[in-house]
Design a protein around this ligand. Structure first.
Ligand code: FES
Ligand SMILES: [Fe+2]
Length: 378
C-alpha cells in the first residue's frame, strides 16, 4: 500500500467537498498508467459493472461475456433458472472459455483441451485425468463473480463483499420507470458505439463529458436546437445523477419526432462509475451506454439499445446519436485528452452556482470527488 500512497499523493490544489471552492483532478490522473492501475484495484474491481440486458440471458444455457478492464467474465443462466457469473478462464492452463454471447447446450467446453464445466461452474470432466496423482475435480471449479439483475439489467462485481446495487442506488430504478412506462416490454436489439470503436480519451474524460451539459450549447448545436437548454436540469442522488431536458421541439436540426410520440423528454442517468442510461424523444428506446476502459488513455463507449419487442428502430435518431452526436463528443474528449498532456495545464475549476443548475458542472465535481475518495481507499 505504501507505493499506492506515493502514486496517489496530495493534490497541488485542493479537491474539496465544496464544489464552489474545489479544483479539478490533476492532469496526471488522466494520463499516468500507475493511477490507472490503482483505479483497477480501487474502482473497477469493486463496483457494479454493466454486462447486458436480462433478455440476452433469458433461457437456460444463455451466456454473455464482458471484460472488466483486463478481467474476462461471463454470465450464464443455469438449468435451474439461476443467473451466475464466473471469471472466463479455464482452470487447466488458463485458456478463455467463452466468446461473445450465445447458448451452451449441456457443458462449457474449453476450446484448448476440452475440459468441460457445468453451467454452475463445477468441473465435470478433464480428459485423461485418471492417473494424475491427487487430482480432485472439485478443486478446479470456475471462480465465481457476484452478479445481480437491477432494473432488468445484468451487472457483475468482482468484489464478493460489495453492497447490492439496489441498496447503493435506491431510487434509480423508479426514476427510469417513471420515464419509460412499458420498461418491462423492452428487449435488447443491438449494439453500437458512440464515436469510433475505441476513442483516444481515457474513461474519466468520457464520464466528465457525459455528466455535464455546459458544453451542449457551444458544442452540440443540433442537440441544443431540439432540447431547450434554458430549462435543462440536473439532480444528484448518492452514486447516481440525472439530467433532464423537459422541453423539446419535434422539428429541429438533430432529427424530427412526432408531437404524440411516447417519449417527449430527454433524460440521461449516470451510475457510478461507468454506466449511463438515456432516452431521447421519439419512440420508446432506451440506450444503455457503458464506458469500457481500454487503457489509461483509451476508451470504448458502447451502447446497447433496448426497444419494445417487434417494434422497428428509428434509424434517423440512431444516425444522429451514434454518428453525429457521438463523433462530436469523441472529438471533444480526444482534444481534452491531448490537452491534459500539456505542460501548461494541471487543475481547472468547476463552473457551479448555489443550486444544481442544468448547465453547470456539479456532477463533474461529484465524479471527481468520488474518484478521489475511491483512490484514497475511503
Ligand atoms: S486450458 Fe482449458 S482445457 Fe486446457
Ligand atoms: Fe456532449
Amino acid at each position: 500500500m505504501a507505493s499506492s500512497n506515493v502514486v496517489h499523493a496530495a493534490f497541488p490544489k485542493p479537491l474539496t467537498e465544496d464544489a464552489s471552492r474545489s479544483y479539478t483532478l490533476p492532469a496526471r490522473y488522466y494520463t499516468d498508467p500507475e493511477i490507472f492501475e490503482l483505479e483497477k484495484e480501487r474502482i473497477f474491481f469493486r463496483t457494479w459493472q454493466y454486462v447486458g440486458h436480462k433478455s440476452q440471458v433469458a433461457k437456460p444455457g444463455d451466456y454473455m461475456t464482458a471484460t472488466i478492464v483486463d478481467q474476462g467474465v461471463f454470465v450464464i443462466r443455469g438449468r435451474d433458472g439461476a443467473l451466475r457469473a464466473f471469471y472466463n478462464v479455464c482452470q487447466h492452463r488458463a485458456h478463455e472459455l467463452l466468446q461473445g454471447s450465445g447458448n451452451v447446450k449441456a457443458v462449457i467446453t474449453c476450446p484448448y483441451h476440452a475440459w468441460a464445466y457445468a453451467p454452475d461452474g463445477s468441473l465435470r470432466s478433464a480428459r485423461n485425468c485418471e492417473h494424475v496423482q491427487g487430482f480432485d475435480k472439485s478443486d478446479f471449479g470456475l471462480k465465481p463473480v457476484r452478479v445481480e439483475e437491477f432494473c432488468n439489467l445484468v451487472f457483475v462485481n468482482l468484489d464478493e463483499d460489495a453492497m447490492p446495487l439496489a441498496e447503493q442506488a435506491p431510487n434509480l430504478e423508479a426514476s427510469i420507470r417513471d420515464f419509460v412506462l412499458n420498461y418491462d416490454d423492452l428487449v435488447f436489439t443491438g449494439t453500437s458505439t458512440f464515436g469510433d470503436d475505441v476513442m483516444q480519451a481515457g474513461w474519466k474524460v468520457v464520464v466528465d463529458n457525459y455528466v455535464e451539459c455546459y458544453h451542449c450549447g457551444p458544442a452540440h448545436p443540433a442537440f441544443a436546437d431540439m432540447i431547450d437548454m434554458a430549462c435543462y436540469k440536473h439532480t444528484i442522488d448518492g452514486i447516481s445523477a440525472f439530467q433532464l431536458g423537459p422541453d423539446t421541439k419535434p422539428e429541429n436540426s438533430a432529427y424530427d419526432f412526432k408531437a404524440d410520440d411516447p417519449i417527449q423528454r430527454a433524460a440521461f442517468w449516470y451510475l457510478w462509475p461507468t454506466t449511463t442510461i438515456n432516452i431521447v424523444p421519439g419512440s420508446v428506446s432506451v440506450n444503455i451506454t457503458h464506458i469500457v476502459p481500454r487503457s489509461p488513455t483509451t476508451t470504448s463507449f458502447v451502447n446497447d439499445r433496448l426497444v419494445v419487442a417487434g417494434e422497428a428502430e428509428d434509424e434517423a435518431r440512431n444516425a444522429y446519436l451514434f454518428d453525429l452526436l457521438g463523433h462530436e463528443d469523441q472529438l471533444l474528449c480526444e482534444s481534452v485528452q491531448r490537452g491534459l498532456m500539456s505542460n501548461a495545464y494541471d487543475q481547472g475549476r468547476f463552473i457551479v452556482g448555489p443550486e444544481v443548475d442544468g448547465q453547470e458542472e456539479h456532477v463533474v465535481h461529484l465524479f471527481h470527488h468520488m474518484v478521489k475518495q475511491a483512490l484514497d481507499g475511503a
